[in-house]
Structures are given as C-alpha cells and as structure tokens.
Design a protein around this ligand. Structure first.
Ligand SMILES: Nc1ncnc2c1ncn2[C@@H]1O[C@H](COP(=O)(O)OP(=O)(O)OP(=O)(O)O)[C@@H](O)[C@H]1O
Length: 312
C-alpha cells in the first residue's frame, strides 16, 4: 500500500503512476482526503490514469494551509521519480508541539474512556461485597445484638409423654439421695463441705461384700474331708494350685464346728503352705523354688526367712 499525499495526488493526476513507480503497491491512499484514491495495482500497471485523484484530490494551491488537520506524514515530501529517501521539509520541531488529534480518534478515545468508566462503576459495588485480598477473613453477616437467639423448645407431644412416662427426675433423685447416708456425690454442688455427711456403710453390707463365693469341694477334696471327719490321719499332696489350701481351710472349719463345745479340740500347728512340711507349694507359688527345698528343714528355714523379710 502506498501512502500518497495531497501533493502527490496532484502530481500523479493525469499521468500514469505505474510508469513512474511500477512496483508500488496496489492501492494508493490519499492522506489529504483520507480515502482510497486509486484503483488496484493492475489498473495502474495498465497505465490507467489516476482518475480518482482528480475528484478526490481537488487542485489546490499548496501555499494555502490546509484547514483539515493532517498528520506529520502529510508534511513529508518524497520524490517518487527516484529512490531518494524521504526528506522532511518541515522541521520536526512541529512534532514536539501538541499534535491535535483527529475527531475520529477523539471520539474513539472518549468511547473507550466511557466504557472503562462504566466498567469501573459496575465493578465497585461487587468489590465491596468481597474482602480485599489482604484481608482473607470472612466477615460474618451482622446480626442484631438486641434480639436474643431463639430458644429451642421440645414439641408439646414430647412434654405430654414425658410427664406420663416414668422419666427419671434428676432433681428429686438428688434430693432423695442427699437424705441417705451416702449421697453418691450428687449433692456436692448444692451442699457445702460442712453439710456433708460421713459415709456410713452397714456392717451387713460389708460382710456380704467381703464374703467369698461359696466353694464346692471336688470329689477328691470331699473324699479327703470325709476321711478327716472319720478321725483318720491323712496326708495329701499335689502340685501347685490344685486346691490343697482350700481343702485344709475347709477341714479346719468343719472340725471347729464339730468340736465347738470342746475346748482346744482343734489346734492348727502351721498355716497353709508356708510352714508345711516341704514348703514347696509356697515357694513354687512365689517363684522362689530353690534347691534347698529338697531338704524339709532348709525349705522351712528359707520360707521363714522370706516371710520375715517381706513383712518388715
Ligand atoms: N473346689 C474348688 N472350687 C473352686 N475353686 C477352687 C477349688 N479348690 C481350689 N480352688 C481354687 O484354686 C486356686 C488354688 O487353690 P489353692 O490355693 O488351695 O491351691 P494349692 O494347692 O493350695 O496351691 P499352692 O500349693 O500354691 O498353695 C484357688 O484360687 C482356689 O480358690
């Protein structure tokens, strides 16, 4: 595309542009009239006359200043007859002066400015809803502090059923418990320490708790117990945990009940396991089996030593 000035339009009028500049582009735009002046390159090549320039570029005297604002390119003179570079005829100082823009540019600029302004106006309320990037905290919706939060209440049907059913009343139960010797700690929050009542547990309750469960002797144990009742001398032994001590306590209790009216009828010479003849059971139970236990005397002595040491 070739940019042609008004002067060039005048110069080129009436003669073939193709003859002078055959390699020019296909169109020539006259900057003076800002419209397409010349036909296509083919028309120029055929030697067509620059007809449009006649109509669009009226013959004007170059001495008359142009009323229409032109850009700096309009003031460039170029001789198309040669390949000489463009030489500005007007000092470039004029370019330093504020160049008055065309009305089209001003309108476009105003339209762009109005569009930007309208976008900013639309974006302002939306931006006020969201926090700034620096403050990432979410602002909770402001609630009126005067109005207390609504209490959650049970439905009426719930109250009806609870009153009719056997619901546990914690308040009344706490009062009833405080009247008992042991309040179970429920009245700690309501009563002071001075009002606390001592813990009183009936002796019957303690005995019932301390009483072990009844044992039923096995057949072998019963057989040995029966022999003792018949007054026979019995020696029974067995490995650890087979029930020898249980049987011995049962024998003592049975004999004491049988000879309760006779004083000193029953005498217990040694406790179970500890001072028994071998004493192996106790030592085995304590995990202290020793080779001395093969000797009854040494085992008894060893057992006594361990008992005294442990009971200090
Ligand atoms: N007839 C029984 N019924 C239920 N438990 C029993 C019976 N005989 C013994 N036991 C239980 O067996 C365990 C051992 O019994 P016991 O201490 O009398 O054995 P042991 O032979 O004396 O043991 P060790 O030789 O170590 O002294 C005990 O916990 C006892 O309660």
């Amino acid at each position: 595309m070739v940019v042609s000035t008004a002067r060039q339009c005048e110069l080129n009028a009436g003669k073939s542009l193709a003859a002078t500049r055959p390699r020019l582009a296909s169109h020539v735009i006259c900057l003076h009239t800002r419209r397409l002046c010349v036909d296509s390159w083919n028309a120029l090549r055929r030697g067509a006359v620059h007809n449009d320039s006649r109509s669009s570029c009226p013959q004007r005297s170059m001495s008359q200043p142009s009323k229409q604002p032109v850009s700096g390119l309009a003031k460039l003179k170029r001789d198309f007859s040669s390949n000489a570079p463009i030489k500005p005829t007007v000092a470039l100082a004029t370019s330093n002066a504020p160049v008055k823009r065309s009305t089209i540019s001003d309108a476009l600029r105003r339209a762009i400015e109005e569009g930007v302004a309208s976008r900013e106006a639309d974006a302002k309320p939306a931006a006020s809803l969201y926090p700034t990037p620096l403050s990432q905290k979410r602002s909770l919706p402001s609630q009126p502090t005067d109005a207390p939060p609504a209490k959650r209440r049970l439905p009426d049907s719930w109250n009806d059923t609870s009153s009719s059913s056997s619901t546990y009343n914690y308040t009344s139960s706490a009062r009833s418990l405080s009247s008992t010797p042991y309040d179970g700690g429920s009245s700690l929050s309501t009563e002071s320490k001075s009002e606390r009542k001592p813990l009183v547990v009936p002796a019957k309750t303690l005995k019932a708790v301390a009483k072990p469960a009844a044992l039923f002797l096995s057949a072998e144990q019963k057989q040995i117990l029966q022999l003792v009742k018949e007054g026979k001398s019995v020696f029974y032994t067995g490995s650890a945990g087979t029930g020898k001590s249980v049987l011995l306590r049962n024998i003592i209790t049975t004999l004491q009940k049988s000879y309760a009216r006779v004083s000193d009828a029953v005498a217990v010479t040694a406790s179970t396991g500890l001072f028994s003849l071998a004493g192996q059971a106790w030592l085995w139970y304590r995990g202290l089996q020793h080779r001395w236990c093969d000797d009854p005397f040494l085992c008894w002595y060893w057992a006594r030593y361990r008992i005294r040491r442990d009971t200090r």
